[in-house]
Design a protein around this ligand. Sequence first.
Ligand SMILES: [Zn+2]
Length: 276
Amino acid sequence: MIHRRIAVLSLAALSLFATGRSQADVRLYVFDCGLIGAADISMFNLTNEETPVRELFVPCYLIEHPEGRLLWDAGLPLAMAGQGRIEEEGGVYMRYEKSLIDQLADMDLSPADIDLVAFSHMHYDHVGAANAFAGSKLLIQNTEYDAAFNEVTNPVFQPDLYADLKDSDRLILEGDHDVFGDGSVMIISAPGHTPGHQVLLLRLANSGNLVLSGDLYHFQMSRKLRRAPTFNTDAEETFRSMDKVEALIEAEDATLWIEHEKALADRLQMAPAYYD
Ligand SMILES: [Zn+2]
C-alpha cells in the first residue's frame, strides 16, 4: 500500500513538472532552404520606397522534442537546389544551395526520422520538400487541407509539390494545438494569408519564447505599417490574426522571427547549431 502511494505521489510530481514552465529539452534547428529576390515588392502591399529590402530568406525548421521530431516549413522546391540563380517572370529570381534532404543527411537524419510535419501554409516556398515527408504525420488546419487538396484555386499553391501528402496519416486541426502536450511547441491558428495559415510558438528553456511567423509578415515594414499582401486570401482575417499574434507575443514576452527576413537569417546560427 505504501509503495503504491509513493508511486501515485511521484506520478503527480512528474505531471506537475511536465505542465509547469520547466521546459522539456526542446531544440530548434534552422536550415537555409533558399532565397527569393524580387525587383518589385508591390505584391506585398508595400511601395518600393517603403523598404529597401528585395530579398526574402526561405527557412526550414526542425524541432526536436523528447517525444518526437517536428518539421516546420519545407522550403523552396527541391528541384531548385543546386541550380544556381533561377530567373522567374517579373524580375523574380530564386536560389537554393543545398537541399533540405542533404542538410538533414549531414545531421545523420532522413525524412523517415521525422515524426511530424506542419507547414505555416501550403504556398510553394513552404512545401518544397513536402513529398519527401509523406511518411510523417501531417498537422494541418481543416481549412488549409481543403484549400490545398480539395478546391485549389490559389495560384500560389503548387499541388504537385505536396500531392503525396493527400492521404498521409494526419491530424486535422480546428485552431490552436499543443503539439507534444506540454506547452513547449504550440501551433497557433492565424488565417488570412491562406485559409488555414498558422504560426508556431516555441517555449525554449534558454532562448525563451519564440514565435515563428509563417507569412503573417514578410518584412519588418509589413509589421510596422500593418500591410497584408495583395495575394492574401482574406485581408480582414489577416488583420485579426495580426492582432491575435501580437497579443500572444506580448503575453508570452516572446521574440518574433519573421521567417522571410533575410537580415534576421544572416544573424541566426544555421543547423547543425541549434537553439534550446
Ligand atoms: Zn512565403
